[in-house]
Design a protein around this ligand. Structure first.
Ligand code: SF4
Length: 181
């Protein structure tokens, strides 16, 4: 199955490897990544091959990467089959890292399968009228940060432990609504 990718990058500051999915139909006024909106741009990749290649890259800097970001663009603007296959590969490949999904989808519209794959979801459209000062997380105050409480009941299933996720919940600086889901 194919998906379109805008690019990838490492962030030392966030200790993250970030995957930018190409394509988003939400068209938030003031979008910070407008070049990732078009489904006609980016590079079409086979999902399994793409994630394998990224795994090799991340392995080289394994100690420096705690977080995997799936951002864009918006993965949830793809049909569920594609978005879920992508997410399953992310989970299987980086089960011992925190997997973050960034989406413009509102909390109540997030498909339930998302909670099978991600530890943290930042959700909600960017709203220019609710914009926060530059550098504030999130960029607009309506956006929420949801932590996956499912992992708390299944601590042995995945590499992310309840206590480490709880620690992250307590220390993540987020100037918006933050809660367990
Ligand atoms: S959801 Fe994100 S990528 Fe999509 S238009 Fe809004 S700000 Fe841009």
């Amino acid at each position: 199955m194919e998906i379109k990718i805008a690019g990838t990058e490492f962030s030392l500051e966030r200790k993250s490897f970030e995957i930018y999915v190409q394509g988003c139909y939400r068209h938030c006024p003031g979008c910070h990544n407008p070049e990732t909106q078009s489904f006609g741009s980016g590079t079409a990749v086979e999902i399994d091959k793409f994630i394998r290649e990224q795994a090799d890259k991340v392995e080289l800097f394994d100690d420096l990467v705690d977080n995997i970001y799936v951002t864009g663009g918006d993965l949830l603007c793809y049909v569920d089959d594609i978005a879920e296959e992508f997410s399953a590969h992310v989970l299987c490949t980086w089960y011992n890292k925190y997997k973050w999904l960034f989406t413009g989808c509102e909390e109540e519209d997030i498909p339930s399968w998302v909670w099978d794959y991600y530890d943290v979801v930042k959700c909600g459209q960017y709203r220019e009228d609710l914009r926060q000062p530059d550098g504030t997380f999130p960029a607009s105050s309506n956006q929420k940060l949801l932590f996956n409480s499912k992992w708390m009941d299944n601590p042995t299933l995945f590499g992310v432990t309840p206590s480490s996720l709880e620690e992250m919940y307590n220390y993540t600086e987020f100037k918006g609504e933050k809660k367990w889901k």
